[in-house]
Design a protein around this ligand. Structure first.
Ligand SMILES: NC(=O)c1ccc[n+]([C@@H]2O[C@H](COP(=O)([O-])OP(=O)(O)OC[C@H]3O[C@@H](n4cnc5c(N)ncnc54)[C@H](OP(=O)(O)O)[C@@H]3O)[C@@H](O)[C@H]2O)c1
Length: 290
């Protein structure tokens, strides 16, 4: 058996088309969604992420602005900027690119963002609202995973979903989303982590496996149930002398062995990655209407 590929690039492009139409409709009503990204320091990966978010905004007709601050920016100065953006009428969504320099307490910054502009959905108020089934926003990567499942015909309803990883960014919020008694969720969810004695015991029972361990290729084909759907959130660099860059990207799933067992699987790259930015655009559009 060879799994069908869940094409994140294609699905993300379809959703972008939908968002582009929605933005045009909003603009016609005088509402202009605008994402403001704040980048502190010169982390090259963060610079790429922020640049790509700006490109995506332009692509769907949204306004965007990147505020670059030097790495020595104080926590107080960053908090003052957030206070300004919180009340700025033209700013729909605020995104503070993480990680921040070590001298800045990330939680203080996240807590300072107006929850109605928290398009990353990291503010505790927004995280809590996911748990209680009354979300304002959905966090971008988990929302991307859910959307990939739905649009590829793998509705989680009634299924056993095993999530490998319990981070605040992926594993925990996704679990909270998928246990809700709502459309697109209503799953039985198990979360595995490094304290789980036998991860394969659980993944072998799963109708859907979501790998978010941050460890290259730890989920192998022999850990899966035949025909299951696999969402690979992981992005890991493996040394590869045959590549010009000297590395290749792999997921947390060993794709070659998994594709022979699974019924459907996301590739890396081209799976969850493109969905994350699209979900950020969706949140910004929503924020513009609050
Ligand atoms: N595609 C995207 O847009 C996107 C977005 C975000 C993240 N990612 C990628 O997704 C991956 C996960 O990100 P993250 O931020 O959630 O990572 P993280 O904060 O490092 O969390 C990893 C989680 O996996 C668990 N874990 C690690 N090794 C494990 C193993 N061998 N078996 C079972 N559980 C294990 C850890 O358990 P403990 O809690 O016990 O330590 C932890 O809960 C990374 O590769 C990251 O680059 C991709």
């Amino acid at each position: 058996m060879s799994a069908s590929i869940i094409d994140g690039k294609q699905i993300a492009s379809e959703i972008k088309d939908e968002i582009r139409d929605d933005v045009a409709r909003l603009r016609a009503r005088g509402i202009v969604p605008k994402l403001v990204a704040v980048l502190v320091g010169e982390n090259p990966a963060s610079q790429v992420y922020v640049r790509n978010k700006g490109i995506a905004c332009r692509d769907v007709g949204m306004d965007h602005e990147t505020i670059n601050l030097p790495s020595e920016t104080t926590q107080g100065a960053l908090l003052s900027l957030i206070e300004k953006l919180n009340v700025d009428q033209s700013t729909s969504g605020i995104l503070v690119q993480l990680p921040l320099p070590k001298h800045i307490n990330e939680n203080s910054i996240i807590h300072a963002i107006n929850p109605a502009k928290d398009v990353d959905c990291f503010h505790p108020s927004n995280v809590g609202r996911i748990s209680t089934g009354d979300p304002l926003f959905l966090p971008c990567t988990p929302a991307g995973c859910q959307e990939l499942l739905l649009r590829s015909g793998n509705d989680p309803a009634g299924k056993h979903v095993v999530i490998v990883g319990r981070s605040n960014i992926v594993g925990k919020p996704l679990a909270n989303m998928l246990i809700q008694k709502t459309n697109g969720a209503n799953a039985t969810v198990t979360i595995c982590h490094t304290g789980t004695r036998d991860v394969a015991f659980f993944t072998k029972q799963a109708d859907i496996v979501v790998a978010a361990a941050g460890k290259a290729e730890v989920i192998t084909g022999d850990m899966l149930k035949s025909g299951c759907a696999v969402i690979d959130v992981g992005i890991n660099r493996l040394k590869d002398e045959s590549k010009k860059s000297g590395y290749r990207l792999v997921g947390d799933v060993h794709f070659e062995s998994a594709k022979d067992v699974a019924g459907a699987i996301t590739p890396v790259p081209g799976g969850v990655g493109p969905m994350t930015i699209v979900m950020l655009l969706k949140n910004t559009m929503k924020a513009a209407q609050i």
